[in-house]
Design a binder for this molecule. Structure first.
Ligand code: DX5
Ligand code: ZN
Length: 219
C-alpha cells in the first residue's frame, strides 16, 4: 500500500507544554504538523495566531501544514509564507476568487490547498483541481477538535479521487476531523493521502506509540 501521511493537529496539544508536544511530534513517525488558524468569524471559535505559529515553527522540524479557517485569507498569505508555512489551505466557502487566491499562495512559494466543509460537494472542485496541490475534506464541521467523524466522508474521498485521476492532477487528499484507528485504514483505502489527527494523538496515553500504530495500520 502507498505511504499515507499522518499530520498531528497541534490544536489538541497542551499549550502550556507546547515545546514538549512539538518535540514529541519531531521524534515520532508523524509526517506533518497540522496547524489550525481560526478567526471566530468563519468558524465559531478562535484558536491562535501569528505569535504562536512563530513559536511552533521555531521548534518544528517537519512540513508545516496550515489550515486557515478565516474569512478573506488573501490578507495574510505573505505573512504565513514568512512564518514558515509549507502548505497553506484556505476554505472553498471563504474565497470569492479562489483561483486568484491559490495563485497568490503559490507565488509566495507555498503549496496551495482548498478545504471543503461537510456540506460542500466535491464536484465543485472539477474546474480548479489542476491548480490545487491539496484538498482537505472536512470530516467534521470546522471549529473544534474532538468531534465525531462524519461517515459520508468515505464517498467524498472516492468521488474526489475520481476527479483527480480524470483530470490527470497530482493533488493530495487530506482528511481532517475525527480520525482514529477505527477509520484510518478505510480512509486510506478510499484514496486519502494525508490523515490529520488531533485528540486521538495528543490525548493518548502514549502519543508516539499511537502515531506508530496508525502508521502500521496504513502500511
Ligand atoms: C477542526 C480542525 C481539526 C481538528 C482535528 O476544525 O480543523 O484539524 O484539530 O481534531 P480531531 O482530530 O480531534 O477531530
Ligand atoms: Zn484542521
Amino acid at each position: 500500500m502507498k505511504n499515507t501521511l499522518i499530520a498531528p493537529s497541534v490544536l489538541a496539544a497542551d499549550f502550556a507544554n507546547l515545546q514538549r508536544d512539538i518535540e514529541m511530534v519531531n521524534a515520532s513517525q508523524a509526517d506533518w504538523f497540522h496547524i489550525d488558524i481560526m478567526d471566530g468569524v468563519f468558524v465559531p471559535n478562535i484558536s491562535f495566531g501569528m505569535p504562536v505559529l512563530e513559536a511552533i515553527t521555531r521548534h518544528a522540524k517537519k512540513t508545516i501544514d496550515v489550515h486557515l479557517m478565516i474569512v478573506d485569507p488573501d490578507r495574510y498569505i505573505k505573512t504565513f509564507a514568512e512564518l514558515g508555512a509549507t502548505n497553506l489551505t484556505v476554505h472553498y466557502e471563504a474565497c470569492t476568487h479562489l483561483h486568484r487566491t491559490l495563485q497568490a499562495i503559490k507565488a509566495e512559494g507555498m503549496k496551495a490547498g482548498i478545504a471543503i466543509n461537510p456540506h460542500t460537494n466535491v464536484s465543485l472542485l472539477e474546474d480548479i483541481i489542476n491548480d490545487t496541490d491539496l484538498v482537505c475534506i472536512m470530516s467534521v464541521n470546522p471549529g473544534f477538535g474532538g468531534q465525531s467523524f462524519i461517515e459520508k466522508t468515505y464517498d467524498k474521498v472516492k468521488q474526489l479521487k475520481e476527479i483527480i485521476t480524470r483530470n490527470g492532477a497530482s493533488t493530495l487528499i487530506e482528511i481532517d476531523g475525527g480520525v482514529t484507528d477505527k477509520n484510518a485504514a478505510q480512509l486510506a483505502a478510499a484514496g486519502a493521502d494525508v490523515l490529520v489527527a488531533g485528540n486521538f494523538v495528543f490525548r493518548a496515553e502514549d502519543p508516539i506509540a499511537t502515531i506508530e500504530n496508525l502508521k502500521k495500520l496504513l502500511s
